[in-house]
Write a protein that binds this ligand. Structure first.
Ligand SMILES: C[S@@+](CC[C@H](N)C(=O)[O-])C[C@H]1O[C@@H](n2cnc3c(N)ncnc32)[C@H](O)[C@@H]1O
Length: 258
């Protein structure tokens, strides 16, 4: 999670926002600390920005259609969640979900599960998914690492999308980067044979780290032997646009489970 998202907002929750947390108390929890059991995070800390009326309305009207709730004692049953046996792709950290929506719309025969901790983005994608009446997209508002560890069966996922994960540019923060060996091994264990991990970043040394880490996991192969060519079907993301404005180079890493 980026520092920006974790920064407390100074204003209090509005009455409308409080109503949402009363309706769905689980929205106040976004991560679990193994040492102490549940770590309750105050709702206003992880809201990020004040929710707009359309986001509150979408949460009221469509939460149950699109949200999957974290429960460490349950295993996700994709066939019953999506109502079919189609392949499942999980996106980690979809941000505002612009590209998630476009990809899901363009591929109705693939099921997408988007995981994001940022409530502003979660509720925005929820609103857009409902507007488009998408049936192949579901959303989780929780720490993706916990979701994968606790709720996803091994060999059950066809692909992972990790687009522009927080770059944590300062050296002392590199340990907070998502793409590290244990996480890469976790993703690999959840992939079906032939499944893929697709990571993109505009931060050069993180790109090299992705290449090295994903290249070092047993059972993964890199068909390109280095950075992958751009996937024409991947729409530009919000975070990507900001990097491109600064002339940052975009690097893509694509690996597959042998
Ligand atoms: C730099 S943003 C990129 C967002 C989007 N993919 C894009 O390209 O515009 C990274 C996102 O990952 C989310 N994130 C970071 N760690 C996460 C985790 N462990 N579980 C779920 N989401 C996470 C953050 O909240 C943030 O929205």
């Amino acid at each position: 999670m980026s520092e920006e998202n974790l920064a407390p907002v100074t204003e209090e929750l509005t009455e409308e926002e409080k109503g949402i947390f009363d309706l769905y108390p689980e929205l106040a929890r976004v991560e679990r600390r193994q040492e102490n059991g549940w770590r309750e995070i105050k709702s206003f800390v992880l809201r990020g920005q004040k929710l707009k009326d359309f986001q509150i309305q979408a949460l009221r009207d469509h939460y149950h259609d699109y949200a999957v709730v974290y429960d460490e004692n349950k295993t996700l049953d994709f066939a019953s969640i999506f109502g079919n046996q189609n392949p499942v792709v999980i996106e980690i950290g979809f941000g505002m979900g612009e590209s998630t929506l476009k990809i899901a719309k363009a591929n109705p025969n693939i099921n997408y599960l988007g995981i994001e901790v940022f409530l502003y983005g979660f509720s925005k994608l929820l609103a857009n998914a409902a507007k488009e009446n998408l049936s192949n997209l579901r959303l989780m508002r929780f720490d993706a690492v916990q979701v994968l560890q606790d709720m996803v069966s091994d060999n059950s996922v066809d692909g992972f999308h990790v687009f522009f994960p927080d770059p944590w540019p300062k050296k002392r923060h590199h340990k907070k980067r998502l793409i590290q060996k244990p996480f890469a091994e976790l993703l690999t264990s959840k992939l079906r044979k032939g499944g893929y991990i697709y990571c993109v970043t505009d931060w050069e040394d993180y790109a090299n780290q992705m290449l090295a880490v994903l290249g070092s996991v047993e059972g993964l192969v890199n068909p390109y032997g280095g950075f992958a060519p751009e996937r024409p079907w991947r729409p530009e993301t919000g975070f990507e646009r900001k990097g491109l404005e600064k002339d940052y180079k975009i690097n893509e890493v694509w690996v597959e489970k042998a």
